[in-house]
Design a protein around this ligand. Structure first.
Ligand SMILES: Cc1cc2nc3c(=O)[nH]c(=O)nc-3n(C[C@H](O)[C@H](O)[C@H](O)COP(=O)(O)OP(=O)(O)OC[C@H]3O[C@@H](n4cnc5c(N)ncnc54)[C@H](O)[C@@H]3O)c2cc1C
Length: 384
């Protein structure tokens, strides 16, 4: 069991931003803190994003603190661009990410330490920054008859481009940006596409500025404060209307049906007797926070979420969640990393707090994750 001050779990945007700030305030990688990540390469979840999600299609990517992402070719897959950028970043700052290392569980240990059990042994830490994102927990909705379907069912996280759908009849489930982007790619090569969503999609016209961003984050933050699981981003921002979406709507590709009642061996059917034949059902139904390893700490509220004050779990002041809820965007993750480090430093140094916990109202945190906007970057991050 190695003793360290802080363990950071996850080396995506949120974990690297936290590591940067830990180092900046004097913590030394591999001596005072470790960063653990179970993915094979640098890039966080970006390394797994489908090849047709080019960098040009990613509108809201915010650079990590201290190093710009300059001159990226918009035609290259974002997985390559951002994977390469994170790799350079880790090297430039000597962050020494341990990979592939899976964190299996975090428990309460003796002496006020948290015991972090991993595939490479254990760590006893005084504080934890959890930055594990959502990619590892794709959400699959359940429908009667799903197991009888004779075709293929896959989640959008396993989408690898439109070719696999050539000539197929495809049902796309979900009202988010992934659903819309993948549907627009598949439609020209598929035999037929059907789009189903729970609620009618809201296409947002016009600019999405600071005020709208602020309101959207506040809605997500409110749920987290109440101990409820964070909502999907699109549920609060709506889908941004682009030229491509406008064309797809005009061509009928984005005509949406309400959710079907059940899956049948040959497709899907609705309560009113309507049915659609399908070879593939693609679930673009989002993700949940990948935090099962925190279960032994019993942080969850009866509502199913973790009640937070800033980035700190209110049930355990040693635990910070970054990239969670209101900070689940690249800009939010950056700011959350910094806020978490500031708070942890106070905790570990025993410095009395003037305001607890770090909150948007705190004079020390004028750029706390909830209120951080630059040139509408959060807005486009949120809309992505
Ligand atoms: C398709 C798609 C497009 C998006 N586009 C944008 C965009 O344009 N702009 C934007 O701001 N946001 C976008 N987002 C949201 C984006 O995911 C976040 O903004 C941000 O990149 C997430 O960073 P993260 O560090 O929180 O998580 P991740 O990038 O998911 O990193 C988490 C890391 O934790 C590791 N991990 C997880 N569990 C464990 C464990 N038990 N043990 C060890 N390691 C673990 C994973 O291997 C991973 O490397 C998009 C999301 C999706 C799904």
């Amino acid at each position: 069991m190695r003793k360290v001050e802080v363990v950071v779990i996850g080396a995506g945007q949120a974990g690297l931003a936290a590591a940067f700030h830990l180092q900046r305030v004097g913590y030394v990688p591999d001596r005072d803190f470790v960063v653990l990540d179970h993915s094979p390469r640098p890039g966080g979840a970006w390394q797994f994003r489908w090849p047709t999600l080019t960098y040009g299609k990613v509108h809201g990517m915010h650079a990590l603190p201290g190093m710009e992402l300059a001159d990226a070719d918009p035609r290259r897959p974002s997985s390559e661009v951002i994977g390469g950028y994170f790799d350079s970043y880790e090297r430039a700052f000597g962050l020494r990410v341990h990979r592939p290392v899976r964190v299996l569980a975090v428990r309460d240990g003796s002496g006020g330490r948290l015991l972090v059990e991993t595939s490479e042994g254990g760590y006893a830490a005084r504080a934890l920054i959890n930055a594990t994102g959502t990619w590892d927990r794709p959400f699959w909705p359940r429908f009667p008859g799903q197991e009888t379907f004779l075709g293929r069912q896959l989640h959008s996280s396993r989408y690898e481009g439109p070719e696999a759908f050539r000539g197929s009849r495809v049902v796309v489930v979900g009202g988010g940006t992934s659903a819309v982007q993948q549907l627009m790619e598949i439609a020209p090569v598929a035999a037929a596409t059907t789009w189903v969503t729970r609620r009618p999609p809201v296409f947002r016209e016009g600019p999405f500025g600071e005020e709208q961003g602020r309101a959207a984050v506040a809605l997500v933050e409110q749920r987290v404060r109440e101990g409820l699981p964070p909502r999907s981003v699109v549920s609060v921002t709506g889908l941004p209307m682009t030229e491509a979406i406008r064309r797809a709507r005009e061509s009928g590709v984005l005509e949406r049906l309400p959710m079907f009642e059940q899956v049948t061996p040959g497709g899907v059917s609705w309560a009113d007797g309507r049915d659609v034949e399908a070879d593939t059902i693609l679930y673009a139904t989002g993700f949940r926070a990948a935090i099962d390893h925190l279960a032994p700490l019993r942080l969850r509220e009866p509502g199913g979420g973790i009640r937070m004050g800033g980035t700190r779990a209110l049930r355990d002041a040693r635990v910070h969640l970054v990239g969670y809820g209101p900070s689940a965007s690249t800009i939010g993750a950056n700011r959350a990393g910094r806020a978490a480090v500031r708070d942890i430093r106070r905790l570990l140094d025993g410095t009395p707090e003037t305001q607890t916990p770090e909150s948007p109202e705190s004079p020390e945190s004028p750029e706390s994750p909830q209120l951080a906007y630059e040139d509408g970057a959060l807005a486009s991050s949120l809309a992505s």
